[in-house]
Write a protein that binds this ligand. Structure first.
Ligand SMILES: *Cc1c(COP(=O)(O)O)cnc(C)c1O
Length: 380
């Protein structure tokens, strides 16, 4: 099936009791049994819910996987993956990643005896050197938030495979329209469904997709035992969001391409971080593993003072100053004080995330209006 058909039909079957074309919002906590233990496959809504089930099937289909699991947030999905580990186990993760993931790893899981190594994921040699007999998981984001670095998924997988190390890819920035890590050999794909999957800035949710049924059983056990499940209304919203993912992503990519090139030519702009530039160090890999380059980018001004960046951040009228990304509306964000404030400043600077970096989530408004808005903010 081609992707447009897949995104629209994934997981949804007409409701068996009424024929409703849209999966209803099953707002229920429990299910009546005809005799003790005799049920219709649904016992208690932390374990099973029909709206969530439809979404989880859709998640599997759109990531070319066998099994999907939905969680109450992206970090709850990440939390579930980490709970596969035991004290003493080690994780290799990228230096450049979403601040909330870094916080979960270092502030929560380190105290339970899990050890994290943050390496340059763009260098497979650095990953290889860090692998030892205790390594259980490699965690990578690509493109990374907010520096748009690209990890070569297939080469990381090749380092992990014969050593029995799990590879989990946070695919939030690319979305399943642009990239399918399971096809490249990854074991688990993670999403903050809050972003492109939901697509309308109206829900917080996370997802995991995998192929291995034993791995699915372990993660399902964690999902129901720890209980970070999304409610049925939120599942309905993400299921609806997925139906237009391909149309939205095409426009995000088109607007993103135009704005990245416009920024690049702007005399007041310093460096532009977008993986679609031919001189981007990850360009060839991005081209190989992604369908297009997306609508996420970051940039600095020639005037590298924090004040100049703050002025731009406070002057846009269409780009709203807010955390998050992937919605139909354009957002502007200051990673150092917003999305990445949970990473210590020295770490941020060392990894190339300067205090004056500005991140854009380019939405699907008219691109000329977006450029006019950036123009007036940058020249103000
Ligand atoms: C937002 C985000 C997360 C966390 O997801 P939530 O839904 O906010 O919990 C994880 N990874 C990336 C890349 C993100 O952008």
């Amino acid at each position: 099936m081609k992707s447009a058909t897949k995104f629209i039909h994934a997981g949804t079957e007409p409701d068996p009791s009424t024929g409703a074309i849209m999966t209803p919002i099953y707002q229920t906590s429990t299910y009546v049994q005809s005799a003790p233990g005799k049920n219709k496959g649904f016992e208690y809504a932390r374990s099973q819910n029909p709206t969530r089930k439809a979404l989880e099937e859709a998640l599997a289909v759109i990531e070319n996987g066998k099994f999907g699991l939905a969680f109450g947030s992206g970090v709850a999905a990440t939390d579930a993956v980490l709970k596969l580990l035991e004290p003493g186990d080690e994780v290799i993760a990228g230096k450049d990643m979403y601040g909330g993931t870094y916080r979960l790893f270092t502030k929560i899981f380190e105290k339970f005896g899990i050890r994290f190594h943050f390496v340059n994921m763009q260098d497979p040699g650095a990953v290889k050197e860090t692998i030892n007999s205790k390594t259980r998981l490699i965690w990578t984001e690509t493109p990374t938030n907010p520096l748009m670095n690209i990890t070569d998924i297939a080469s990381v997988v090749s380092l992990a495979k014969d050593r029995g190390i799990l590879v989990c890819v946070d695919n939030t920035f690319a979305s399943p329209y642009l990239q399918n890590p399971l096809d490249l050999g990854a074991d688990i794909v993670m999403h903050s469904s809050t972003k492109y999957l939901g697509g309308h800035s109206d829900v917080i949710q996370g997802a995991l997709v995998m192929n291995d049924s034993a791995l699915r059983e372990k993660l399902y056990f964690i999902q129901k035992s720890c209980g970070a499940v999304p409610g049925p209304m939120d599942c309905f919203l993400v299921l609806r969001g997925i139906k237009t993912l391909h149309v939205r992503m095409k426009q995000h990519c088109e607007n993103g391409r135009i704005i990245a090139h416009w920024l690049h030519k702007n005399p007041k702009v310093g460096k532009v971080y977008w993986c679609g530039f031919e001189d981007h160090p990850g360009y060839d890999i991005a081209k190989k593993q992604m369908l297009d380059f997306g609508g996420m980018m970051s940039f600095t001004l020639k005037d590298e003072s924090v004040e100049a960046a703050m002025k731009v951040l406070c002057s846009t009228r269409i780009f709203a100053l807010a955390e998050s990304l992937g919605g139909v509306e354009s957002l502007i964000n200051h990673p150092a004080s917003m999305t990445h404030a949970s990473i210590p400043r020295e770490e941020r600077i060392k990894n190339g995330l300067s205090d004056s970096l500005i991140r854009l989530s380019v939405g699907i408004e008219d691109v000329e209006d977006l450029i006019t808005d950036l123009q007036q903010a940058i020249s103000s």
